[in-house]
Design a protein around this ligand. Structure first.
Ligand code: SAM
Length: 232
């Protein structure tokens, strides 16, 4: 899987992409990350990439040309059009299900906006889908792009020790995860649930499923209702 991220802050993205599981996934060749500075594609002698909005109003709007040139540069490198995503608070809110689908692709181009956003014309020409990370507004698309790249990368083959690592987690099967415990067995007079020490795999699996249902019902009745409806 190859990610190309178009941003005004490539160093901000690289700082995250080079760390921890993402950095290891890259070093082991499971994913490639390329962060492109949109300013490098500006024809302006001051490398300007934004201008005032037509119709008036606050803030600045990112211009079409540098973004389009950056995208074309990547298309030429790949010799095909990557699946192109604009991180936007107006997009469809990201879900685990969508991340699983996106993890099947070979190439993803992620466009990060800034200021008041991006001239609609270039979005209409290059964007396949808009994705939001939640119903709130951030200053730029970098954090959302990193959230998206992270959630997709950990689903790619080989990145985690086994598929069980994510199949067992919250949201994968429509439930939230059961509680986790590690050593010591007793901490501040609180013991680990005894079933987890029993070595009885079926009982442990049953307990985890019950806990998963319980926490989902308490915290996310919407998910619980959807899950139980699907089991009827
Ligand atoms: N004026 C825009 C609006 O009201 O929809 C918001 C622009 S925001 C300040 C600047 C950039 O941050 C956006 O172009 C987008 O790339 C990114 N952004 C902000 N909130 C986001 C969110 N919830 N999900 C994804 N991207 C977001």
């Amino acid at each position: 899987m190859r990610f190309d991220i178009a941003t005004l802050f490539p160093e901000m993205c690289n700082a995250v992409l080079n760390e921890s599981i993402l950095g290891r996934a890259k070093n082991r060749g499971f994913v490639e990350f390329y962060c492109h500075n949109i300013r490098d594609f500006s024809d302006d002698k001051h490398k300007r990439v934004d201008d005032i909005p037509y119709g008036g109003g606050m803030g600045m709007v990112m211009q079409c040309k540098p973004i389009y040139s950056c995208w074309q540069y990547v298309c030429n490198q790949l010799k095909e059009k990557p699946h192109t995503i604009y991180m936007s608070p107006k997009g469809k809110v990201l879900t685990q299900q969508r991340a699983v689908e996106l993890s099947q692709l070979d190439n993803i181009f992620i466009l990060c906006g800034h200021y008041e956003g991006i001239d609609q014309r270039v979005l209409d020409v290059i964007i396949d889908e808009e994705i939001s990370i939640g119903d709130y507004v951030l200053t730029g698309g970098e954090l959302p792009a990193l959230v998206l790249a992270d959630t997709i990368t950990r689903l790619c083959d080989g990145v985690l020790a086994s598929d069980e690592c994510f199949k067992d987690e919250s949201h994968f099967n429509g439930l939230l995860e059961y509680p986790q415990y590690t050593r010591p067995e007793v901490w501040q007079d609180i013991s680990v649930p005894s079933v987890l020490l029993s070595g009885h795999h079926k009982n442990i699996a049953d307990w985890r499923m019950q806990e998963s249902l319980k926490v989902t019902k308490e915290r996310r009745p919407d998910m619980y209702n959807m899950y139980t409806k699907g089991k009827e």
